[in-house]
Design a protein around this ligand. Sequence first.
Ligand SMILES: NC(=O)c1ccc[n+]([C@@H]2O[C@H](COP(=O)([O-])OP(=O)(O)OC[C@H]3O[C@@H](n4cnc5c(N)ncnc54)[C@H](OP(=O)(O)O)[C@@H]3O)[C@@H](O)[C@H]2O)c1
Length: 310
Amino acid sequence: MANRPPPLIGTHCLILGAGSVGRLWGALLPDQTVTLVPRAGRQETRCRYRFQPLSGPARSVDLPWASAVADLSDTDLVLVTTKAQDTPDAITSLLTRLPRSVPLVLFQNGLGSQQTVLERAPEHPILAASTAEGAHRTETDTLVHAGAGDTWVGALNEAGRGVLPEVVTYLQASGLDTHPETNIEARLWQKLVINAGINPFTAILDCPNGDILDHRFFRQRIDGLCNELAALMRHEGLPTGTAGELRHRIETVARATARNTSSMRADIRNHRQTEIDFINGFVARRCEALNLAARVNRELTNRVKRLGKL
Ligand SMILES: NC(=O)c1ccc[n+]([C@@H]2O[C@H](COP(=O)([O-])OP(=O)(O)OC[C@H]3O[C@@H](n4cnc5c(N)ncnc54)[C@H](OP(=O)(O)O)[C@@H]3O)[C@@H](O)[C@H]2O)c1
């Protein structure tokens, strides 16, 4: 029997990770095209929540949960919107139920989890998305679209390159500003620099982004942190600047988002696990493996992890 051709992208999309990012895309992608994948053991069949768009009134969203025994063979796309530390396990339990032609789009911040997915799902088209959209959930189960920004999508393997235009076209139907990116790795690194230079300081100092800039704890470490990042990026052959340019970029973003609470500070405040292992922890591990200096990134990683245990 001839193999069935892969289905057209944009009719049966799964969202793995029904949190802030997952529910944002779930609310905005075309009706009837999205099913949410629950954690194991969830019994409900529908996921209902309020959606507060950037402007205008809130509305109700009602999406199906995929059951644990559902036939997923007609799935044409998976958006993976779990936190970085949850992604490998979440993916692994889904992979056995998916045809190998199904593209996976990874939305995780930081680096490290993407590599694990590439190793576990080598036959799937794998793409990454770097998004500046901001979303959070309130205690009353409302998903708030808190800030608009561009979403860049690019391929992490050869099979991903082939489906990139179709994936981007479907994601654009959400109305969110979504663009194809030929060098998504470089974009993920650029975001890593900003996250590594802001998030741990806001978590340790328990302050909004802008307040880190005048703090002695930040001023004593930021040059060391940028030296470590610049040396690592040079070693990885990435387009980078000098350590001074990285510091300038970090401080510009901290000023532009001065009143914002970083996701890492929010995670610590809400007693949730942070993504530090995929931000400064990733930089520290990579530098240490290459015998490059990692003192500041290691110190920040350890301090944030200790905070999480308090
Ligand atoms: N929020 C933003 O504005 C934003 C912006 C840019 C990038 N990001 C990045 O996007 C990623 C997701 O962030 P988020 O804010 O959406 O996180 P989140 O709100 O914590 O959502 C993650 C979701 O994944 C679910 N999950 C975890 N393990 C699972 C499993 N094994 N099977 C099924 N579902 C599972 C969690 O379920 P429970 O609800 O049961 O815990 C949660 O609903 C992160 O890497 C983040 O850094 C977020």
